[in-house]
Design a protein around this ligand. Sequence first.
Ligand code: DUC
Ligand code: ZN
Ligand code: ZN
Length: 459
Amino acid sequence: MNDLLIKNGNICLPSGMVKKDLYIRDGKVSKIGDINEKADEVIDASGKLILPGLIDGHTHMDFPFMSEVTADDFYYGTMAALGGGVTTIVDFITPSKGENPLDAYERWRKKADPKVVSDYSLHCILRSGDKTSLDAVKPLIDRGVISFKLFMAYKNELLLDDESLYDAIKEIARHGGVTAIHAENGAIVDKRTEELLADGKIDPVYHYFSRPEIVEIEAANRIAAIASMIGRDVTLYMVHTSTYESVDIFREYRKKGYKFYNETTPNYLTYDYSVLEGEYGYRYIMSPPFRTQAEIDGLWSRLAMDEIYVMGSDHCVYSDEQKKRYMDKVPPFNEVPNGTPGTETILPLLFTNGYMKGKISMEQLVSVSSTNPAKLFGLKNKGNLLPGYDADIVIIDPKKEFTVSYKMLHSNIKYSIFEGEKLYGFPEITILKGKKVMENGRILASAGSGKYVPGEISK
Ligand code: DUC
Ligand code: ZN
Ligand code: ZN
């Protein structure tokens, strides 16, 4: 028997916050109430908030992209996760060109299993609509990979044409899976990139001008139209939504009974594209890009109206050297690998800029960062602190302020894109299935102690 008692904390349950004790036995939440039983370990959580561990539904660890492999492998990346109270990540299997997605699944498991310190689940990128890719959908679902990402950008690499998108969405829906979509009009991005470069506009800020809001909005409209032709059985999930207009498009389809959902990242809620103009602008190059203040405000208001379903970080980390392609000056914007760190700062950014500023409630914070991704990705035992669920728990001291520095974070890079920000809500303790795995910034779990969690399709 192995039990843990967390006393006197404010627990965030689906029904609201309650000041109670939480009793954990054999890795599961066992009871909530006024509990006086003995336990192997007791944590006094007076004055603290207790939330379900976060589920970051969008990470790229050990990810080969734009001729670089991300700096965070599954060890560094899941340490960063635990540091931020994320107890489960959902990472993207990325087949190489021509590789059978089933072989890529095996490769991803081999990369992740010996290294993870958090739990993890998997999506799979389909980089083609050919028979091999479509035939892999059902066997992947049987292995617990129930969501598939399709790209409308990155020509000759990941982009699928409309016909392939249609075929892939149909096959995924036939087996009850989720289609995740990268919605940007890749052809127009390439065109605008060529035009900007021809005019000598090479600085990082032109990354934003190469992919303006309308590039995403057009793709969101198009994919919603294509998916709606297939029918109401399709579950469509727009990842890293950077514009409120895309949220509105999906909301209108939802009103007609379509299962269309949006994810956004804390990045898009925090900074506008002027970050690309600073000395370290290249560090902020990700796609879609940072937007305008109007988009930031629009996304917050949609979050407050429960119109954004999931908060994923799109954690995709490159070192300064990789971002600069090992040169001592910044290369043209289109050569900088796209991606930013994020998993470790989801909770403090939402807590400080959302909850503390009265924009969202604690219940909303927990829904988008834990309960909803658990539901969507079929992680049946996660995302909630009711009895019977995995005891994946974050304890935060709501009064403790942190000044962000890369030195307190766990990614394998020497910068943070939030350097110097004063944030509340970094966890004091992270617990995975009843075991303390992080305390005051120290990771207590060893490589390989996390587990693969297969997604299950709800019947
Ligand atoms: N966008 C990024 O910024 N990085 C990885 C892939 C993507 O779509
Ligand atoms: Zn993407
Ligand atoms: Zn991504």
